[in-house]
Design a protein around this ligand. Structure first.
Ligand SMILES: NC(=O)c1ccc[n+]([C@@H]2O[C@H](COP(=O)([O-])OP(=O)(O)OC[C@H]3O[C@@H](n4cnc5c(N)ncnc54)[C@H](O)[C@@H]3O)[C@@H](O)[C@H]2O)c1
Length: 405
Protein backbone atom coordinates (compact mmCIF):
# COMPACT_ATOMS: atom_id res chain seq x y z
CA UNK A 1 0.00 0.00 0.00
CA UNK A 2 1.64 3.31 -1.02
CA UNK A 3 2.81 5.45 1.85
CA UNK A 4 1.87 2.94 4.52
CA UNK A 5 4.32 2.77 7.42
CA UNK A 6 4.00 -0.41 9.47
CA UNK A 7 3.36 0.36 13.13
CA UNK A 8 6.20 -0.28 15.60
CA UNK A 9 6.71 -3.83 16.84
CA UNK A 10 4.38 -4.92 19.61
CA UNK A 11 6.12 -5.00 22.98
CA UNK A 12 3.27 -4.97 25.45
CA UNK A 13 1.06 -7.80 24.25
CA UNK A 14 0.10 -10.54 26.67
CA UNK A 15 0.72 -14.11 25.46
CA UNK A 16 -2.24 -15.88 23.86
CA UNK A 17 -3.82 -18.68 25.81
CA UNK A 18 -5.21 -21.74 24.03
CA UNK A 19 -8.23 -23.45 25.56
CA UNK A 20 -7.27 -26.39 27.78
CA UNK A 21 -8.83 -29.82 27.14
CA UNK A 22 -12.54 -29.87 27.95
CA UNK A 23 -12.80 -26.09 27.65
CA UNK A 24 -15.17 -24.79 24.93
CA UNK A 25 -13.53 -23.75 21.64
CA UNK A 26 -12.83 -20.11 20.84
CA UNK A 27 -16.13 -19.59 18.98
CA UNK A 28 -18.17 -20.86 21.92
CA UNK A 29 -16.04 -18.87 24.37
CA UNK A 30 -16.69 -15.71 22.40
CA UNK A 31 -20.43 -16.38 22.20
CA UNK A 32 -20.63 -17.06 25.92
CA UNK A 33 -18.68 -13.91 26.74
CA UNK A 34 -21.05 -11.81 24.65
CA UNK A 35 -24.19 -13.46 25.96
CA UNK A 36 -23.10 -13.15 29.59
CA UNK A 37 -21.90 -9.56 29.10
CA UNK A 38 -18.37 -10.56 30.05
CA UNK A 39 -17.05 -9.36 26.69
CA UNK A 40 -15.23 -6.06 27.00
CA UNK A 41 -16.07 -3.44 24.41
CA UNK A 42 -13.86 -0.59 23.23
CA UNK A 43 -15.15 2.25 21.08
CA UNK A 44 -12.53 4.31 19.25
CA UNK A 45 -13.89 7.81 18.71
CA UNK A 46 -16.68 8.81 21.07
CA UNK A 47 -18.39 11.46 18.94
CA UNK A 48 -21.88 11.48 17.41
CA UNK A 49 -21.60 7.83 16.43
CA UNK A 50 -19.32 6.38 19.09
CA UNK A 51 -20.87 7.86 22.24
CA UNK A 52 -24.46 6.62 21.69
CA UNK A 53 -23.04 3.24 20.70
CA UNK A 54 -20.87 3.05 23.83
CA UNK A 55 -23.86 4.01 25.95
CA UNK A 56 -26.08 1.41 24.26
CA UNK A 57 -23.64 -1.38 25.14
CA UNK A 58 -23.19 -0.09 28.70
CA UNK A 59 -26.99 -0.02 29.05
CA UNK A 60 -27.01 -3.68 28.06
CA UNK A 61 -24.60 -4.51 30.90
CA UNK A 62 -21.29 -4.59 28.98
CA UNK A 63 -18.14 -2.97 30.28
CA UNK A 64 -17.31 -0.32 27.72
CA UNK A 65 -14.30 1.93 27.29
CA UNK A 66 -14.40 4.92 24.99
CA UNK A 67 -11.03 5.81 23.50
CA UNK A 68 -10.61 9.29 22.07
CA UNK A 69 -7.72 11.49 21.05
CA UNK A 70 -9.77 14.44 22.28
CA UNK A 71 -8.93 14.53 25.97
CA UNK A 72 -11.74 16.94 26.78
CA UNK A 73 -14.30 14.38 25.58
CA UNK A 74 -12.76 11.63 27.69
CA UNK A 75 -12.71 13.94 30.73
CA UNK A 76 -16.34 14.98 30.30
CA UNK A 77 -17.45 11.42 29.75
CA UNK A 78 -15.66 10.28 32.93
CA UNK A 79 -17.40 13.09 34.80
CA UNK A 80 -20.74 11.79 33.52
CA UNK A 81 -21.31 14.93 31.47
CA UNK A 82 -22.64 14.63 27.97
CA UNK A 83 -21.35 16.84 25.19
CA UNK A 84 -24.05 15.77 22.70
CA UNK A 85 -27.67 16.94 22.63
CA UNK A 86 -28.77 13.42 21.85
CA UNK A 87 -27.22 11.83 24.89
CA UNK A 88 -28.67 12.95 28.23
CA UNK A 89 -26.07 13.47 30.97
CA UNK A 90 -28.29 11.56 33.40
CA UNK A 91 -28.14 8.38 31.33
CA UNK A 92 -24.40 8.75 30.90
CA UNK A 93 -23.73 9.50 34.57
CA UNK A 94 -25.59 6.38 35.65
CA UNK A 95 -23.37 4.13 33.52
CA UNK A 96 -20.23 5.99 34.60
CA UNK A 97 -21.21 5.59 38.28
CA UNK A 98 -21.70 1.88 37.78
CA UNK A 99 -18.24 1.72 36.09
CA UNK A 100 -19.77 0.16 33.01
CA UNK A 101 -18.69 3.16 30.96
CA UNK A 102 -15.34 4.92 31.12
CA UNK A 103 -13.20 6.87 28.70
CA UNK A 104 -9.51 7.31 28.12
CA UNK A 105 -6.91 8.56 25.69
CA UNK A 106 -4.67 5.58 26.41
CA UNK A 107 -4.60 3.13 23.50
CA UNK A 108 -3.32 0.45 25.89
CA UNK A 109 -6.98 -0.28 26.78
CA UNK A 110 -7.36 -1.95 23.40
CA UNK A 111 -5.32 -4.85 24.65
CA UNK A 112 -8.09 -6.01 26.95
CA UNK A 113 -10.93 -5.50 24.46
CA UNK A 114 -12.84 -8.43 22.97
CA UNK A 115 -14.67 -6.19 20.51
CA UNK A 116 -13.36 -2.90 19.13
CA UNK A 117 -15.63 -0.50 17.25
CA UNK A 118 -13.99 2.16 15.08
CA UNK A 119 -16.12 5.33 14.88
CA UNK A 120 -13.65 7.96 13.71
CA UNK A 121 -14.36 10.74 11.19
CA UNK A 122 -13.92 10.26 7.44
CA UNK A 123 -13.82 13.70 5.85
CA UNK A 124 -12.58 14.36 2.34
CA UNK A 125 -9.50 16.29 1.31
CA UNK A 126 -9.62 19.60 -0.53
CA UNK A 127 -9.14 17.59 -3.76
CA UNK A 128 -12.32 15.66 -2.92
CA UNK A 129 -10.40 12.51 -2.11
CA UNK A 130 -11.65 10.53 0.91
CA UNK A 131 -9.39 11.27 3.87
CA UNK A 132 -8.96 7.97 5.64
CA UNK A 133 -6.06 9.11 7.84
CA UNK A 134 -8.11 8.75 11.03
CA UNK A 135 -9.19 5.21 10.15
CA UNK A 136 -5.57 4.40 9.40
CA UNK A 137 -4.40 5.87 12.69
CA UNK A 138 -7.07 3.97 14.65
CA UNK A 139 -6.15 0.71 12.85
CA UNK A 140 -2.47 1.25 13.66
CA UNK A 141 -3.32 1.71 17.34
CA UNK A 142 -5.34 -1.51 17.25
CA UNK A 143 -2.54 -3.41 15.49
CA UNK A 144 -0.13 -2.47 18.26
CA UNK A 145 -2.43 -3.98 20.90
CA UNK A 146 -4.26 -6.70 19.05
CA UNK A 147 -5.01 -9.80 21.08
CA UNK A 148 -5.92 -13.17 19.63
CA UNK A 149 -9.69 -13.51 19.16
CA UNK A 150 -10.43 -9.77 19.06
CA UNK A 151 -13.18 -8.63 16.72
CA UNK A 152 -12.80 -5.24 15.03
CA UNK A 153 -15.89 -3.57 13.57
CA UNK A 154 -15.47 -0.48 11.41
CA UNK A 155 -18.48 1.84 11.57
CA UNK A 156 -17.08 4.93 9.85
CA UNK A 157 -18.56 5.64 6.42
CA UNK A 158 -15.97 5.05 3.73
CA UNK A 159 -15.44 3.93 0.14
CA UNK A 160 -15.97 0.28 -0.83
CA UNK A 161 -12.75 -1.59 -0.13
CA UNK A 162 -11.70 0.34 2.98
CA UNK A 163 -12.14 -2.56 5.40
CA UNK A 164 -10.46 -5.20 3.23
CA UNK A 165 -7.81 -3.10 1.56
CA UNK A 166 -6.89 -0.50 4.16
CA UNK A 167 -7.80 -1.81 7.62
CA UNK A 168 -7.08 -5.50 7.14
CA UNK A 169 -3.42 -5.14 6.01
CA UNK A 170 -2.74 -2.78 8.90
CA UNK A 171 -4.23 -5.23 11.43
CA UNK A 172 -2.22 -8.07 9.90
CA UNK A 173 1.06 -6.23 10.50
CA UNK A 174 0.53 -7.44 14.07
CA UNK A 175 1.25 -10.96 12.88
CA UNK A 176 -2.41 -11.96 13.44
CA UNK A 177 -4.37 -13.26 10.50
CA UNK A 178 -7.89 -11.99 9.91
CA UNK A 179 -10.38 -14.86 9.85
CA UNK A 180 -8.36 -17.18 12.07
CA UNK A 181 -6.58 -15.17 14.79
CA UNK A 182 -8.65 -12.00 14.73
CA UNK A 183 -11.90 -10.95 13.08
CA UNK A 184 -12.90 -7.94 11.03
CA UNK A 185 -16.22 -6.58 9.74
CA UNK A 186 -17.84 -3.42 8.49
CA UNK A 187 -21.18 -2.32 9.95
CA UNK A 188 -22.21 1.15 8.78
CA UNK A 189 -23.77 3.56 11.23
CA UNK A 190 -27.25 4.91 10.47
CA UNK A 191 -27.74 7.26 13.40
CA UNK A 192 -29.59 10.47 12.59
CA UNK A 193 -28.66 12.86 15.41
CA UNK A 194 -31.68 14.59 16.88
CA UNK A 195 -34.05 11.84 15.89
CA UNK A 196 -36.14 10.25 18.62
CA UNK A 197 -38.20 7.68 16.73
CA UNK A 198 -35.34 5.66 15.28
CA UNK A 199 -32.65 4.62 17.71
CA UNK A 200 -29.81 2.11 17.72
CA UNK A 201 -32.30 -0.48 18.97
CA UNK A 202 -34.97 -0.22 16.28
CA UNK A 203 -32.83 0.73 13.29
CA UNK A 204 -31.72 -2.35 11.34
CA UNK A 205 -27.96 -2.59 11.08
CA UNK A 206 -26.03 -3.94 8.08
CA UNK A 207 -22.92 -6.01 8.56
CA UNK A 208 -20.42 -7.61 6.20
CA UNK A 209 -17.42 -9.50 7.55
CA UNK A 210 -14.13 -10.39 5.81
CA UNK A 211 -15.06 -14.06 6.29
CA UNK A 212 -17.92 -16.13 7.67
CA UNK A 213 -16.67 -16.22 11.24
CA UNK A 214 -16.09 -12.45 11.30
CA UNK A 215 -19.65 -11.91 10.05
CA UNK A 216 -21.06 -14.36 12.59
CA UNK A 217 -19.23 -12.77 15.51
CA UNK A 218 -20.11 -9.26 14.42
CA UNK A 219 -23.73 -10.21 13.98
CA UNK A 220 -23.89 -11.66 17.49
CA UNK A 221 -22.45 -8.62 19.20
CA UNK A 222 -24.49 -6.15 17.14
CA UNK A 223 -27.69 -8.04 17.90
CA UNK A 224 -27.18 -7.26 21.60
CA UNK A 225 -28.10 -3.63 20.92
CA UNK A 226 -30.05 -3.77 17.63
CA UNK A 227 -33.26 -5.68 17.04
CA UNK A 228 -32.42 -6.49 13.43
CA UNK A 229 -29.01 -7.27 11.97
CA UNK A 230 -28.84 -7.74 8.21
CA UNK A 231 -25.82 -9.74 7.05
CA UNK A 232 -24.20 -8.99 3.73
CA UNK A 233 -21.79 -10.90 1.52
CA UNK A 234 -18.74 -8.73 2.18
CA UNK A 235 -17.54 -5.54 3.88
CA UNK A 236 -17.40 -3.82 0.47
CA UNK A 237 -21.08 -4.62 -0.15
CA UNK A 238 -22.00 -3.06 3.21
CA UNK A 239 -19.75 -0.06 2.48
CA UNK A 240 -21.47 0.48 -0.86
CA UNK A 241 -24.95 0.07 0.66
CA UNK A 242 -24.15 2.85 3.14
CA UNK A 243 -22.94 5.10 0.35
CA UNK A 244 -26.08 4.40 -1.64
CA UNK A 245 -28.18 5.54 1.34
CA UNK A 246 -26.20 8.76 1.71
CA UNK A 247 -25.98 9.56 -1.97
CA UNK A 248 -29.72 8.87 -2.32
CA UNK A 249 -30.43 11.48 0.33
CA UNK A 250 -27.93 13.91 -1.12
CA UNK A 251 -29.24 13.87 -4.69
CA UNK A 252 -32.88 13.96 -3.61
CA UNK A 253 -32.34 17.04 -1.47
CA UNK A 254 -30.42 18.59 -4.37
CA UNK A 255 -33.36 17.83 -6.64
CA UNK A 256 -35.93 19.34 -4.32
CA UNK A 257 -33.72 22.39 -3.72
CA UNK A 258 -33.54 22.99 -7.46
CA UNK A 259 -37.28 22.53 -7.69
CA UNK A 260 -37.82 24.97 -4.79
CA UNK A 261 -36.01 27.69 -6.72
CA UNK A 262 -37.99 26.93 -9.84
CA UNK A 263 -41.27 26.98 -7.87
CA UNK A 264 -40.29 30.27 -6.33
CA UNK A 265 -39.83 31.83 -9.75
CA UNK A 266 -43.19 30.37 -10.84
CA UNK A 267 -45.06 31.50 -7.72
CA UNK A 268 -45.66 27.93 -6.59
CA UNK A 269 -45.29 26.62 -3.04
CA UNK A 270 -42.76 23.81 -2.88
CA UNK A 271 -44.21 22.55 0.41
CA UNK A 272 -47.62 22.14 -1.16
CA UNK A 273 -46.01 20.29 -4.05
CA UNK A 274 -43.92 17.89 -1.97
CA UNK A 275 -46.86 17.18 0.37
CA UNK A 276 -49.09 16.47 -2.62
CA UNK A 277 -46.54 14.19 -4.26
CA UNK A 278 -46.13 12.36 -0.95
CA UNK A 279 -49.75 11.21 -1.10
CA UNK A 280 -48.61 8.65 -3.69
CA UNK A 281 -48.50 5.49 -1.61
CA UNK A 282 -45.56 3.88 -3.44
CA UNK A 283 -42.45 4.82 -5.38
CA UNK A 284 -42.01 8.27 -3.87
CA UNK A 285 -40.33 9.62 -0.75
CA UNK A 286 -40.73 13.24 0.28
CA UNK A 287 -37.58 15.33 0.72
CA UNK A 288 -37.77 18.96 1.71
CA UNK A 289 -35.66 21.90 0.63
CA UNK A 290 -33.12 23.30 3.01
CA UNK A 291 -29.64 24.62 3.44
CA UNK A 292 -27.97 21.37 4.41
CA UNK A 293 -28.18 17.68 3.77
CA UNK A 294 -27.21 16.91 7.35
CA UNK A 295 -24.07 15.95 9.18
CA UNK A 296 -20.54 16.12 7.92
CA UNK A 297 -20.61 12.85 5.99
CA UNK A 298 -23.44 13.17 3.50
CA UNK A 299 -21.99 16.18 1.63
CA UNK A 300 -18.73 14.30 1.03
CA UNK A 301 -20.04 10.79 0.37
CA UNK A 302 -20.84 11.22 -3.34
CA UNK A 303 -17.08 11.32 -3.79
CA UNK A 304 -16.53 7.94 -2.22
CA UNK A 305 -17.94 5.36 -4.65
CA UNK A 306 -15.63 6.45 -7.46
CA UNK A 307 -12.57 6.25 -5.25
CA UNK A 308 -11.86 2.66 -6.13
CA UNK A 309 -10.05 2.21 -9.41
CA UNK A 310 -11.11 5.69 -10.57
CA UNK A 311 -14.37 4.20 -11.82
CA UNK A 312 -16.25 6.53 -14.12
CA UNK A 313 -19.68 4.95 -14.29
CA UNK A 314 -22.50 7.26 -15.26
CA UNK A 315 -24.06 6.86 -11.84
CA UNK A 316 -20.94 8.04 -10.09
CA UNK A 317 -20.14 10.92 -12.39
CA UNK A 318 -23.74 12.11 -12.21
CA UNK A 319 -23.51 12.13 -8.45
CA UNK A 320 -20.26 14.02 -8.53
CA UNK A 321 -21.77 16.53 -10.90
CA UNK A 322 -24.85 16.92 -8.76
CA UNK A 323 -22.75 17.30 -5.65
CA UNK A 324 -20.71 20.08 -7.20
CA UNK A 325 -23.87 21.76 -8.53
CA UNK A 326 -25.16 21.87 -4.99
CA UNK A 327 -22.41 24.13 -3.76
CA UNK A 328 -24.72 27.04 -3.15
CA UNK A 329 -27.55 24.92 -1.81
CA UNK A 330 -26.35 22.10 0.30
CA UNK A 331 -22.60 22.23 0.56
CA UNK A 332 -22.32 25.37 2.62
CA UNK A 333 -20.08 24.99 5.65
CA UNK A 334 -22.37 22.53 7.31
CA UNK A 335 -21.69 23.18 10.93
CA UNK A 336 -22.03 26.97 10.90
CA UNK A 337 -25.12 26.65 8.79
CA UNK A 338 -26.75 24.15 11.12
CA UNK A 339 -25.89 26.32 14.07
CA UNK A 340 -27.43 29.38 12.43
CA UNK A 341 -30.51 27.38 11.52
CA UNK A 342 -30.75 26.11 15.10
CA UNK A 343 -30.80 29.68 16.41
CA UNK A 344 -33.34 30.72 13.77
CA UNK A 345 -35.47 27.74 14.66
CA UNK A 346 -35.62 28.70 18.33
CA UNK A 347 -36.35 32.35 17.54
CA UNK A 348 -39.03 31.37 15.08
CA UNK A 349 -40.59 28.93 17.47
CA UNK A 350 -40.70 31.54 20.22
CA UNK A 351 -42.12 34.11 17.82
CA UNK A 352 -44.84 31.79 16.48
CA UNK A 353 -45.79 30.63 19.96
CA UNK A 354 -46.19 34.22 21.07
CA UNK A 355 -48.12 35.17 17.93
CA UNK A 356 -50.52 32.27 18.16
CA UNK A 357 -51.00 32.63 21.89
CA UNK A 358 -51.75 36.32 21.58
CA UNK A 359 -54.24 35.63 18.79
CA UNK A 360 -56.00 33.08 20.99
CA UNK A 361 -55.70 30.17 18.54
CA UNK A 362 -55.27 26.63 19.78
CA UNK A 363 -53.35 25.41 16.72
CA UNK A 364 -50.52 23.02 17.57
CA UNK A 365 -47.11 24.49 17.11
CA UNK A 366 -44.90 21.91 15.51
CA UNK A 367 -41.18 21.96 15.94
CA UNK A 368 -39.75 22.48 12.51
CA UNK A 369 -37.45 19.79 11.22
CA UNK A 370 -33.75 20.22 11.80
CA UNK A 371 -31.50 22.09 9.45
CA UNK A 372 -31.98 19.87 6.42
CA UNK A 373 -35.61 20.82 6.09
CA UNK A 374 -35.66 24.59 6.20
CA UNK A 375 -36.74 26.78 3.41
CA UNK A 376 -34.17 29.06 1.94
CA UNK A 377 -33.53 32.21 3.84
CA UNK A 378 -32.04 34.04 0.91
CA UNK A 379 -34.04 37.16 0.14
CA UNK A 380 -34.22 38.31 3.76
CA UNK A 381 -37.46 39.45 5.34
CA UNK A 382 -39.82 38.56 2.53
CA UNK A 383 -38.60 35.00 2.59
CA UNK A 384 -38.75 34.95 6.35
CA UNK A 385 -42.42 35.99 6.18
CA UNK A 386 -43.12 33.24 3.67
CA UNK A 387 -41.45 30.78 5.98
CA UNK A 388 -43.63 31.82 8.89
CA UNK A 389 -46.72 31.50 6.76
CA UNK A 390 -45.66 28.09 5.57
CA UNK A 391 -44.77 27.12 9.07
CA UNK A 392 -48.15 28.15 10.38
CA UNK A 393 -49.81 26.21 7.62
CA UNK A 394 -48.10 22.95 8.52
CA UNK A 395 -50.69 20.35 9.37
CA UNK A 396 -50.56 19.78 13.12
CA UNK A 397 -48.74 16.61 14.01
CA UNK A 398 -46.01 17.11 11.42
CA UNK A 399 -42.79 16.43 13.23
CA UNK A 400 -39.15 16.62 12.46
CA UNK A 401 -39.07 12.89 11.93
CA UNK A 402 -41.32 13.27 8.96
CA UNK A 403 -38.78 15.29 7.11
CA UNK A 404 -35.79 14.37 5.00
CA UNK A 405 -35.56 10.70 5.85
N1 LIG B 1 -22.74 11.96 12.69
C1 LIG B 1 -23.60 11.24 11.99
O1 LIG B 1 -24.80 11.51 11.95
C2 LIG B 1 -23.14 9.99 11.26
C3 LIG B 1 -24.11 9.09 10.83
C4 LIG B 1 -23.70 7.94 10.17
C5 LIG B 1 -22.34 7.73 9.95
N2 LIG B 1 -21.42 8.65 10.36
C6 LIG B 1 -19.99 8.35 10.13
O2 LIG B 1 -19.43 7.92 11.36
C7 LIG B 1 -18.08 8.33 11.46
C8 LIG B 1 -17.87 9.12 12.74
O3 LIG B 1 -18.65 10.28 12.67
P1 LIG B 1 -19.00 11.15 13.96
O4 LIG B 1 -20.10 12.04 13.55
O5 LIG B 1 -19.17 10.31 15.16
O6 LIG B 1 -17.63 11.99 14.12
P2 LIG B 1 -17.24 12.89 15.38
O7 LIG B 1 -16.26 13.90 14.89
O8 LIG B 1 -18.45 13.36 16.11
O9 LIG B 1 -16.48 11.87 16.36
C9 LIG B 1 -15.33 11.19 16.01
C10 LIG B 1 -14.40 11.12 17.21
O10 LIG B 1 -13.26 10.34 16.84
C11 LIG B 1 -12.13 10.88 17.52
N3 LIG B 1 -10.93 10.37 16.85
C12 LIG B 1 -10.44 10.69 15.64
N4 LIG B 1 -9.35 9.94 15.37
C13 LIG B 1 -9.14 9.13 16.44
C14 LIG B 1 -8.19 8.13 16.76
N5 LIG B 1 -7.22 7.79 15.93
N6 LIG B 1 -8.27 7.52 17.97
C15 LIG B 1 -9.26 7.84 18.83
N7 LIG B 1 -10.21 8.77 18.57
C16 LIG B 1 -10.16 9.41 17.39
C17 LIG B 1 -12.35 12.37 17.43
O11 LIG B 1 -11.61 13.06 18.43
C18 LIG B 1 -13.87 12.48 17.66
O12 LIG B 1 -14.19 12.65 19.03
C19 LIG B 1 -17.79 9.10 10.17
O13 LIG B 1 -17.26 8.21 9.23
C20 LIG B 1 -19.16 9.55 9.72
O14 LIG B 1 -19.18 9.74 8.32
C21 LIG B 1 -21.80 9.76 11.04
Amino acid sequence: MPGFQPPPTVVDRQPDRSPSPGEPGPEKQYDRKVETRAARIAVIGVGYVGLPLALAYANQGFTVTGLDVDESKAAMLNAGQSYLDDVPSGALAEEVRSSRLTATGDVGVLQSADVIFVCVPTPCTKNKEPDTSQIRSAAESIARHLRKGTLVILRSTSYPGTTEELVRPILETSGRKVGTDVFLAFAPERVDPGRQDYTIRNTPVLVGGCDQESTRRARLVLSQVAEQVVTMSSPAAAEMAKLLENVFRNVNIALVNQLAMLCDRMGLDIWEITSAAATKPYGFLPFHPGPGVGGHCIPVDPYSPGRRGNTTSTWISSNLQLASMMTCHTSWPQRSCSRLMGIMRHLLHAFCSWELLSSGTSQTIVTPPHSGSWRFFEGGGRRFDTTIRTYRNFPSGVTSSGANP
